[in-house]
Ligand binder design. Sequence first.
Ligand SMILES: Cc1cc2nc3c(=O)[nH]c(=O)nc-3n(C[C@H](O)[C@H](O)[C@H](O)COP(=O)(O)O)c2cc1C
Length: 328
Amino acid sequence: MKILGLSFGTKNGNNDTMCRVALGAAKEMGAEIEFIHVFDWDIKYCSGCVACSRGLVMGKGMICTQKDDYSALYEKMSDADGVLIVDPIYESGGSGLFHVVCDRMGPGHDTGMLLMADGILKSKGEAGLDPKYFRQKAISFIGIGGSDWGVRVETDHAMLAMSPGWKVVNNEYFSWCKDIINQDDKVERMKEIGRNLVEAAQYLIDNNVMIAGSEDVDLWKGKEGACPHCHGNNFYITPGTTHCVCELCGLEGTLELVDGAFKFKNDPSIVPNGLVEHAHDIVSGKKMHGDDIFENESRLMNLNKDPEYKARKQAFTDIIAPTPAPGK
Ligand SMILES: Cc1cc2nc3c(=O)[nH]c(=O)nc-3n(C[C@H](O)[C@H](O)[C@H](O)COP(=O)(O)O)c2cc1C
């Protein structure tokens, strides 16, 4: 079993150190461990070119126009049975580098899109994508903060697991942790999180769990979340209503008070977004999303050839040109 730890902090800082603590506990349980300090790798921004999603829906395979270390990083994650992300909290959420990795993960590595590409390739008599991309994986997230600003970070982090549809085991954050290596409860918790990840990964290996068909597999070992589907605790409340959307899995419904705690209740009458099958983290929801994107992209490709649409765009473009960057 392979457990891969990724730290997004400064070199040998708290995030690196806590990642190593959890990996050490995983190693004690017999796991093979690997550690990556992500800043050492050349990871460029997603340019927004959508070559990845177009490549997948056209059956061309996995394409990215950015030439850097991201695909090697993705391969490392794909080869692992469990992934641990340790990330400094910046502005109450995930770090900038973490967000870059998150953007690079989706849509080009979304399981729904990969399944579509695999099917198209095979229907053309070509080899499909490597089956390892369809194996289920356990993933845990830890945010480490220097203050008590951190309520957005769990949602930011779990988004990384949404595209591939990997199962989250633990997702939490630690506040006031500039001296975390002296806080024994947090160090102990990191070890526990490392051990939980090994146990979850072992379950996936023993049961040969694939991403498609694993909707009912729940490896969660954290506190019960308000969303019964994804354990999320952040909701977008539509202004002036009781209607809300789970910021993680996208299900729509209402928040209700049950035994003194808010619970999210998805509303199946809101079609399709109230239906559990539409949740962002499971293959059925991904397929629906993939179909919607395919339809939308095809419409846009046609619009781009339409003279009226082109003239309208040109008129807006003519309003102002961007200021060149200094030095260019
Ligand atoms: C740009 C920036 C923004 C930060 N914002 C927050 C924040 O919103 N909440 C918080 O708890 N800590 C915040 N911090 C503190 C970092 O989380 C802390 O420095 C980091 O966890 C240290 O990790 P390292 O030793 O691995 O680099 C911020 C730090 C920086 C540099």
